[in-house]
Design a binder for this molecule. Structure first.
Ligand SMILES: NC(=O)c1ccc[n+]([C@@H]2O[C@H](COP(=O)([O-])OP(=O)(O)OC[C@H]3O[C@@H](n4cnc5c(N)ncnc54)[C@H](OP(=O)(O)O)[C@@H]3O)[C@@H](O)[C@H]2O)c1
Length: 209
């Protein structure tokens, strides 16, 4: 069956409860792929959902629980009936509260973020891909609702945060004017990625950290 490592929790709580353990490697069942994880991304939801038993229960977690949701890596098993994925494919996606591990099994018929896999485009490294599913898609969904264009100004609160970084970039791709807010600590980073639009050279910086 093979061995693997995973971060596991025997109780919900602060980071002290996280423990790296040797575990049997998960196997890809029918309709599932197994991914050799090369990068795992963390979001506030990961420590919010494991912070206490009541919250964990709302996310359907039970003990021992894993940790982390965003992942990127290589498919190393494809179960019966799997189409569209094969061993060797570079993928990224979501494995709800179990991505900080050597291997994750993904049920391709599963729910968004809980069991999700996408092909990783050439040119996107694994560490970047492991930030896309939670924060990237949240920003993308928000921008899809707002649907900004060149005549719009988009205000992004928490522009230095995981979601904010994507929201700023997506709004700029849509050629909107972007105002990003953040703490004084985040100010330099926000100024760095919120330069004036080329078409606005000579006008005041749209950054407002
Ligand atoms: N519903 C969903 O599917 C979904 C998915 C992802 C995230 N979320 C939620 O979206 C929010 C952002 O997530 P994230 O991953 O971007 O988190 P994050 O990386 O921690 O970023 C949060 C940002 O908010 C700013 N901030 C913190 N406290 C603030 C305050 N009191 N007033 C104003 N700004 C404050 C921080 O800015 P400074 O560092 O500059 O202080 C930080 O950059 C979280 O609430 C998260 O739970 C929801």
């Amino acid at each position: 069956m093979g061995q693997s490592r995973a971060v596991l929790l025997d109780s919900f709580g602060d980071p002290e409860v996280l423990d790296v353990r040797e575990v049997p490697a998960p196997q890809a069942g029918p309709g599932q792929i197994r991914v050799r994880v090369t990068a795992a991304g963390l979001n506030p939801m990961d420590w919010i959902m494991t912070a206490d038993a009541d919250t964990a229960a709302r996310f359907g977690l039970s003990l021992p629980a894993g940790f982390g949701t965003d992942y990127a890596g290589l498919v190393d098993q494809a179960g019966d009936g799997v189409t569209g994925f094969a061993p060797g494919d570079r993928v990224f996606g979501g494995a709800l509260s179990r991505s900080v591990a050597d291997h994750v099994a993904i049920d391709l018929a599963g729910a968004v973020a809980a069991n999700e896999a996408h092909h990783n485009p050439d040119g996107v490294d694994d560490r970047t891909a492991a930030t896309l599913t939670i924060a990237g898609r949240t920003a993308s969904a928000a921008l899809a609702v707002v649907d900004p264009g060149p005549d719009d100004t988009v205000l992004v609160g928490g522009a230095a945060g995981g979601v904010g970084v994507f929201a700023v970039q997506l709004a700029r791709i849509a050629e909107a004017r972007v105002i990003g807010t953040g703490s004084a600590t985040s100010g330099p980073r926000i100024r760095w990625w919120l330069p004036p639009r080329p078409s606005m050279s000579g006008s005041p910086s749209p950054s407002s950290p």
